[in-house]
Ligand binder design. Structure first.
Ligand code: NAP
Length: 283
């Protein structure tokens, strides 16, 4: 029931109509008996500052931030988490004691999805395909977990070099182009962060995974719709381990929820979120 004690949270982005976040978070509030509601606001870049100040003025508990505001919103937060600063993008805001704190749960969500398969990060060799915002979150996540080396693949050396240069104080990041990807590359993980495989590029893959890696290589695609991209299908057919982006999606939401409410993780789990997303035909 909405009453005088009901508190608000929201998504700030544009467009926002497609977002699963209101469905997922409102279901979690109900299950966890939290008197709050989550709405999606379509915010124009010119009014982002006022939108963030509005969170403070109206005593919002927090917000998620999505395209196109993940970078620009950083200038309006009072305290930026080091991982969000390293990525240069922020997707979760927490309002506490009149301060706005900024975090990036894309990184923690990605890493959490690996922890679920008991993945050991030390001494691992990683290949990241693509150099956009998602690639940077994946890169920072792996660096923070202490992997051995990371090769960044792009269609142009300038772009992979640019991504490598955007991270300071690490000497284990190597910019590459796709022609360097061959059978000799024994990566432990190969992550597709390009949109190839997703609508309108279903059936396409940026590389053929068949001849890359070894029998234990994990092939990870950030795409979750379709459930199995061409990249993952080919990897599966050559008997490799595959993971899609669904758990990253779920864990970034659970991590944001944890930042806002510090809830009991036993009471609202990955399986609960999965059920909500399925019941709502989101996946
Ligand atoms: P993006 O910036 O549009 O693209 C990422 C990179 O892919 C580009 O920088 C580009 O790198 C490469 N690329 C783009 N089009 C290509 C093409 N036709 N052929 C080959 N390479 C191409 O996207 P993003 O925001 O980083 O997101 C990437 C993907 O991750 C999307 O599919 C998104 O839905 C998904 N994602 C999933 C989650 C999750 O929770 N599971 C979270 C975030 C993002 P180069 O120019 O260097 O080649």
């Amino acid at each position: 029931m909405i009453n005088g004690k009901t508190r608000l949270l929201c998504l700030l982005g544009s467009p926002v109509e497609h977002s699963f976040s209101p469905t997922m978070h409102n279901a979690s509030f109900q299950k966890l008996d939290i008197n709050a509601r989550y709405l999606a606001f379509d915010v124009h870049p010119n009014t982002l500052k006022q939108a963030v100040e509005g969170l403070r003025a109206l005593q919002f508990i927090g917000a998620n931030v999505t395209i196109p505001h993940k970078v620009n919103v950083m200038q309006y937060v009072d305290v930026l988490d080091p991982k969000a600063a390293m990525i240069g993008a922020c997707n979760t805001l927490v309002h506490k004691n009149d301060k706005i704190y900024g975090y990036n749960t894309d990184v923690s969500g990605f890493i959490e999805s690996f922890k679920q398969i008991n993945f050991e990060f030390k001494n691992k060799k990683i290949a990241i395909l693509g150099t956009g915002g998602a690639a940077k979150a994946v890169l920072v996540g792996f660096l923070c977990e202490g992997v051995e080396t990371i090769h960044l693949f792009s269609r142009t050396l300038e772009k992979s070099q640019e991504l490598a240069d955007s991270i300071e104080d690490y000497d284990n990041i190597y910019p590459m182009t796709y022609d360097a990807l061959n059978t000799a590359c024994n990566y432990d993980v190969v992550v597709n962060t390009t949109p190839l495989g997703m609508h309108p590029n279903e059936g396409k893959t940026v590389v053929n995974p068949t001849n890359i890696g070894y029998k234990d290589t994990v092939f990870y695609d950030l795409i979750y719709n379709p459930e199995e991209t061409e990249f993952l299908r080919l990897a599966r057919l050559s008997n490799r381990r595959t993971m899609n982006g669904l758990d990253m999606l779920i864990y970034q939401g659970l991590d944001a929820l944890q930042l806002w409410f510090d809830f009991d993780k036993e009471k609202w789990t990955r399986e609960d979120v999965l059920k909500v997303l399925k019941d709502s035909n989101i996946i």
